[in-house]
Design a protein around this ligand. Sequence first.
Ligand code: SF4
Length: 394
Amino acid sequence: MPSSPTGAVPENRAHGAFLPRVRSIYIHSPYCVRRCPYCDFAITLFRDRVPPERFLRSLELEVQRRAQGQSPRTIFVGGGTPTALKPADLDRFFQILEHNLDLGRLVEFSVEANPENLRPDRVAVLVRHGVTRVSIGAQSFDSTTLRVLGRRHDAQQIERSFALLRAAGIRHVNIDCIYAVPGQTIASLDSDIARALSLGPDHLSTYCLTYERDTEITHARGAGLVKPLSASREARFYRHIRARLAKAGYEHYEISNFALPGARCLHNVSCWRHQPYLGLGPSAASFVSGERRQNHPRLADWCARIEAGEDPTIEREALSPERALREAVMLGLRRSAGVRSSSLRRAFGRGFEALDAAALARLSELGLIDLSPDRIRLTARGQELADGVAEALL
Ligand code: SF4
């Protein structure tokens, strides 16, 4: 389905409501057992006293009001920890989607999971409801690194949950890893990669540890209790991951993502290609009809708004054509394929002529971008400094 210059898409007038059609739907399941020290996501702890039944009732209403009859190609269930829900609640979660969406055209159904709660009963629920891809939040196989990250699982649990998924027939399994963790060395990183590869995942995501505002690890850094790695060591770790995974046959298709041929995450690729998507659940972001929206991040407030028949949106911004083009460039640069002038022109009526020519020339001279008449791509060095490149260009 082609999108218009502003990302607007044909309408779906099911149930008389204005429901723009989207190919991708994201659903946020907010529960976690505890908050990891580096995490600033919108999560809810079970002890916060918003019971899953209330979340599920509100989710059902939101799906009915905003997504009824949609026939997405990709669904991504993130969190939070979707697999922290009890099997019966997880089952209900998927039933809500099945009863209200048309899943006949679905080609990818991704769910995030944590090793500590990915047990046979939950895996059975995922399989029963047609999940095709599971992303395991492993982060590391090293007990010291896991301790610094505040994770409660161990390497054996990661291996067990991976084996469970494969035995149950889930073909696409991603392993999420975090690198540049205080105390981590190239040797321990290398051992993490080796253990991840020994499982045979078809996808790996590797994220540099970031010190978000107001997180426990950032406070610990402020108090001198943890010592972050230098930027040059972070870059060395990144280069090591890139080289190691390239040698193992993984395509580096996005700054943080590596896949075996045919195993890229279609949902995320669609977002990086600036395609529309609908977000449901607390804190979920949407990009529909050229407008970015975000749902209320607090579970209790999101539920209350939905229960009162109100719109759970807390923020919305209609993108100007200029802003939309800049976003498309920024997202496109994340992909190894880069961004094409002809695609920008098709979508926005303007190609690279809309960008700062002097900045482009400077970035090219510095060896941070590969510049050709129709394509800009980050070089290997540019990928290490991606945020700075995007800032200089936009
Ligand atoms: S499990 Fe994931 S979402 Fe939950 S607190 Fe930890 S990092 Fe955040």
